[in-house]
Design a protein around this ligand. Sequence first.
Ligand code: FCB
Length: 479
Amino acid sequence: MTTRTDRSAAPEPRGGVDSTRFPADFLWGVATSAYQIEGAAFEDGRTASIWDTFSRVPGAVFGGHNGDTACDHYHRMPEDVALIAGLGVDSYRFSLSWPRIQPGGRGPANQRGLAFYDRLVDQLLARDILPWITLYHWDLPQQLEDDGGWPARDTAHRFADFAEIAMSALGDRVRWWTTLNEPWCSAMLGYETGRHAPGRQDFGDAMSAVHHLLLGHGLATQRLRETAPEPIQVGITLNTTHAIAASGSAVDRDAARRADGLGTRVYTDPLIRGSYPADVVDDLAVRGVRLPVQDGDLAVIAQPLDFLGVNYYTSHVFSGTDEHGSELVDGLPVSRTVSQNLPVTAMDWEIIPQGLTDMLVRLGRDYPAVPLYVTENGAAFDDRPGADGGVDDADRTAYFAEHVEAVAAARDAGADVRGYFAWSLMDNFEWGYGYEKRFGIVHVDYETQRRTVKQSGRWFSENIRRSREAETGPLDNDR
Ligand code: FCB
């Protein structure tokens, strides 16, 4: 486990990463999602998503912020594509807004909404940047939530229809498709804790949502492959939980097993092995919950994956007792996260690069033959912009350097990791935290919408350049 004491003492980021450890075809990218950056929330036929509704609930989002304007990317897209190109990345991971493309989540496509993504894809390709599409990054059309949301089986079928619309418009040019981003967040934060849209609080509904999200993934994957005009690569992105037991005691190890079950294996097992883990099914039964599995569902869910996307920010240590030493609370076994007193980001997330290495190695070992991509990794810090809006974010830069190094270590240990996307291209709407938390490698001044590349952005660019140079030999600067 990496420990560090005083982060602020480091005046300049370490160049740190040995770039020769990444092959020339390793994919370097930056990532965003539609609701977090686009704005133009009600333009060109777009209807409300669950986040438009949720962000208007008093107290739901910090400062009452919402995505109405966000980074105004919808109107500034060409400028943003130029910014991405300037960073020298290979790929841009972005998501499609379902209620922009198919208002209400049913029926025909909205051509004006599709036209935006059509232009975005063309602009990226014109600059030699690979478009990497996520179909669903949390902005469910509100109308589908009104009809039951993800706990309702029909939503999975609606998602497959949406996937087909997207494929028919963009499939001639886009090869990389991700169905869902972090279904754990959609299900558990959306329907169990209520901290994310739609803000419901029912564990049984959350577990129904898990199953229907996975079913939606399977149905959409089938539909994408059936309708793709060109060969495509299809996968899913998970925020797998790296669960560490607080001690070797049986009760702590069981708490970590349960956290791993609900955070990782309840997704990876059905997706890759075609079955739900028996211990998770048993744990759910203890809580009186049954996954709403129908005949044939698991075969649909277990479509071959061309890749697995992994989002990583931190790891968690689990104890099986509460603060008073009890193993049961309200009759249920305790799973409590305990701090390791490591340095944290502005999200209060502990900085644990070793967890990324361990998670990638473990996924590669337990689910071999599925190529891995780190589809998000990054950190929020309380940036202090200079007069030009630029930010000397040595803390974020160090975070990236350590985690890129952690990816190299995972590759050395045999994990088939083929790419890395920084979260995020630019500061944006950080869900329940609104615009308060900044994850960008580019600073956004929300008053003027001015973008300024931070030190971490310059480091990321430079790292990519060096890793290419290591493979091809120094570039001739005069060319
Ligand atoms: C992930 C989300 C992404 C962003 C980062 C910080 O869980 O996928 O949209 O909010 O966390």
